[in-house]
Design a protein. Structure first.
Length: 261
């Protein structure tokens, strides 16, 4: 059996298990409380089908927003993290600042971000970027600190420039850790995306994003839950994309590993 088929079967079994637990929980809550609390899977899927156009637009808006935020976080956070981790002087002066800002939740700054950027698209992107940016920076910084010195010495002795050292030694050595951290942070990013779309999208319609879709249909549990499923699928999509990128750019990491190529 090929690895792709085996992996597909694992995902199908996981989905079946989730649906079974979901249905059982729905029945149990209805039996104990005397009314429907959690819509069943088929009721939710029927609501999703009935509102497919709106739900698809909301999914597309959230996916594009998260993709842009992830790209910006990588473009800004990866070079900074590598430089701070690899350059001892930068590490000495900037690490305390990073460690001070890293635990600060962007949601605590919503009021100030709103005053700075207004209620437009920019502020929603900024909230998600802030959450993902520090994940990338800290992962890159930690990995760059432990680049094997002999590898750097070997490349430098061959006449490599500073940029070539980063390209051929530092980046390949740290990229697996950074991509793994990015995959782990997808859940946090989706959470921040939901908060940004609900708290900073009050004037928008349900097509503006999954968070707004869920809030817009708060009093229609079946439709609202369809939006929650959409968020879960969005997180799964980006998790899978990041894993594929890791397998493509860091092929050596999976050679001989369990489940590897």
């Amino acid at each position: 059996m090929s690895r792709t088929l085996r992996l597909s079967m694992h995902y199908l079994l996981a989905i079946a298990l989730v649906l079974l637990v979901w249905a059982a929980t729905s029945w149990l809550l209805e039996a104990t409380r005397g009314r429907e609390i959690l819509p069943t899977p088929w009721v939710t899927f029927a609501a999703a089908a009935a509102n497919f156009g709106t739900l698809a637009s909301a999914f597309g808006s959230s996916a594009l927003r998260f993709l842009i935020a992830l790209a910006v976080a990588f473009l800004l956070g990866l070079p900074l993290g590598l430089a701070v981790g690899f350059e001892s002087k930068l590490d000495r002066y900037l690490s305390p600042l990073i460690y001070l800002l890293y635990p600060m939740p962007p949601v605590a700054l919503l009021l100030f971000l709103y005053l700075a950027f207004g209620l437009g698209e920019v502020v929603r992107l900024v909230v998600v970027v802030m959450a993902l940016f520090f994940q990338v920076v800290v992962a890159a910084q930690g990995a760059a600190k432990y680049v094997v010195p002999s590898h750097v010495t070997a490349v430098r002795s061959a006449g490599a420039t500073r940029g070539q050292i980063y390209r051929h030694v530092v980046l390949p050595a740290t990229l697996p850790s950074v991509l793994t951290a990015a995959r782990v942070s997808v859940g946090l990013g989706i959470t921040m995306l939901y908060i940004a779309e609900t708290k900073l999208g009050l004037l928008l319609g349900p097509r503006a994003g999954l968070g707004r879709f869920i809030e817009y249909y708060t009093f229609r549990g079946d439709i609202s839950l369809a939006g929650v499923v959409g968020l879960a699928l969005l997180g799964l999509l980006f998790y899978a994309v990041l894993e594929l990128l890791e397998r493509f750019f860091c092929r050596w990491k999976f050679v001989g590993a369990r489940g590897g190529a």
